[in-house]
Design a protein around this ligand. Structure first.
Ligand code: BG6
Ligand code: MG
Length: 214
């Protein structure tokens, strides 16, 4: 498999939300529900800023947009409430939420001798992988439960490469968020962005979905 310039690729590390599965809409619905409960609205454009960002940081950005302040205790409660709604929405999730080419590209990578890892900020990753039926397609899963520093820190991807037993230089990361592109580069890995260059500058290649690489 040859889909990137600059030396061999032995490992592929995938972000989850927005790369393999279309969960962004559920995150948005849950955050907007919280915003409305607090008395302000939250647009889809504002929601763009939450992509790739941890749950707590997402809440802080949401509160900033609504010019709303709360204590740390209330923040923990609000984040838990948002997550409960999000998990409830995830019950509607099935294989049809997989983005085009996800399963096929994962399978083809493994058939082609490329090791696969998940590198996601989400603490709900195990549940989502299970519902999508793709948990078995990863050699390693590194998610929000396994890291202490959020993207753009490279921790999640470095742990992914380490779990695959590979050096960063032979790994490629698939990302749909700026923080993720920065994280991958900070870890010494090449990045393929799922999305448009205008919105996601700095990646090594751009695709609309993994289907483009099949
Ligand atoms: C990222 C999403 O993958 O995971 C963010 O792009 C989300 O929008 C983050 O906030 C954390 O997810 P979760 O499921 O742990 O709240
Ligand atoms: Mg993402």
């Amino acid at each position: 498999m040859k889909f990137l310039e600059g030396g061999p690729v032995r490992g592929a590390i995938f972000d989850l939300d927005g790369v393999l599965v279309d969960t962004a809409k559920y995150h948005y619905l849950a955050w907007r529900r919280l915003a409305r409960e607090l008395g302000f609205d939250f647009s889809e454009r504002e929601n763009e800023r939450l992509k790739g960002v941890s749950r707590m940081r997402s809440l802080e950005i949401l509160l900033e947009t609504g010019h709303y302040t709360m204590s740390d205790g209330d923040k923990a409660e609000a984040a838990a409430k948002k997550n409960a709604w999000y998990v409830e929405y995830l019950h509607a999730l099935d294989e049809s939420a997989l983005l085009p080419g996800s399963r096929e590209f994962l399978e083809r990578s493994r058939d082609g001798g490329i090791k696969t890892a998940l590198g996601s900020a989400s603490k709900n990753a195990p549940l989502i992988l299970e519902r999508l039926g793709i948990a078995g397609l990863f050699n390693a899963v590194i998610d929000g439960n396994a890291v202490s520093r959020a993207k753009p820190d490279p921790e999640v991807f470095l742990k992914g490469a380490e779990a695959l037993g590979l050096a960063p230089v032979v790994c490629v990361v698939f990302e749909d968020a700026l923080a993720g592109i920065e994280a991958a580069h900070a870890g010494g890995m090449r990045v393929i962005a799922v999305g448009k260059e205008e919105l996601l500058p700095g990646a090594d290649r751009y695709i609309a979905s993994l289907k483009d690489l099949l």
